[in-house]
Design a protein around this ligand. Structure first.
Ligand code: PDD
Length: 280
């Protein structure tokens, strides 16, 4: 695999980043995951805009223009022959040469790393035909989940709790309501209305979420942006998640309770279909 590191395209085992990099020492960095379908980048503009927002919130500047970032994404897709998969982009506050809680001088170069993830069959995933199962866990993450930082220890632990419980993912709950999945936004459907938590600093502002809600509105589906509980999810007609890596993925079990018929519901299936059609 050819990867990108600070201006160079190199084989992955030749890519080097300093041990003093603040991403490594302090999780001081942000990232984006953009999906690729048929060799085409999905929603790149949305990801570039969110990257800029994440950086700005943390007093970092875009390391280069969105156009230059797009060119690197395209170059990596081409060099690695990616038809279906993802591109991971990470920007950290660089490597000032020692460990210090204070931010380094503003002219310290940011570290920019990109790599591809080849996933043939991502769109026609058999998992989407079955749906996934989730458990609920407490949301103990920090208060700025709208910034896409690389502080992913708790979401990783949540994923492991799910695995240990024999299911696929965990939905995080705060003050009695679902915030989001470990790496996705969460939805339920009740009496034809799609319900998902409103945007705030409590959740990541999903790029797939924005697209799916737009498609839902265009298809005259009803959408309510508000928090919902695990009990509501268990009694819903349908549930699903969205993310760049899963698109729209039905959820058929929540904390051991079957949701709806236990099979992917028509709303989730339709939204997945529309999303893939519009993206291809
Ligand atoms: N995760 N919420 C969280 C906590 C996420 O980490 C993600 C994305 C989303 C969905 O956002 P989007 O639709 O823009 O992908 C919501 C990526 C895919 C990841 O960490 O791999």
């Amino acid at each position: 695999r050819i990867v990108y590191v600070n201006g160079d395209y190199v084989p992955e085992d030749e890519a080097k980043v300093s041990i003093f990099d603040r991403g490594f020492l302090m999780a001081d960095g942000v990232y984006e995951v953009t999906s690729v379908l048929g060799g085409k980048l999905i929603d790149f503009d949305g990801h570039a805009k969110r990257l800029e927002r994440s950086l700005t919130e943390l007093d970092m500047a875009m390391p280069m223009s969105a156009d230059d970032l797009l060119a690197i994404h395209r170059e990596l897709v081409a060099k690695n022959g990616i038809d279906e998969g993802m591109i991971y982009l990470q920007v950290t506050r660089g490597a000032p040469g020692d460990r210090d809680f204070a931010f380094p001088p503003e002219d310290t170069p940011l570290t920019v790393v990109l790599f591809t993830h080849n996933k043939p069959g991502l769109a026609d995933s058999p998992v989407a035909k079955q749906g996934i199962k989730v458990i609920s866990i407490e949301d103990i993450r920090w208060g700025r989940r709208d910034i896409k930082t690389v502080q992913l220890l708790y979401p990783s632990m949540g994923k492991m709790m799910a695995k240990k419980a024999g299911v696929d993912d965990a939905w995080m709950v705060e003050d009695g309501a679902v915030t989001e999945g470990t790496s996705n936004n969460a939805y339920i459907v009740k009496n034809g209305t799609i319900i998902t938590r409103q945007l705030s600093t409590d959740i990541l502002h999903g790029i797939t979420r924005a697209a799916v809600l737009r498609f839902a509105a265009e298809a005259q589906m009803k959408v309510e942006e508000r928090p919902f509980t695990i009990e509501e999810a268990q009694n819903a007609d349908e549930a699903f998640i969205t993310s760049a890596s899963t698109f729209v993925m039905p959820v058929v079990e929540v904390d051991g309770a079957t949701v709806g018929t236990g099979r992917p519901g028509p709303v989730a299936a339709r939204l997945r279909e529309i999303y893939l059609e519009e993206s291809r």
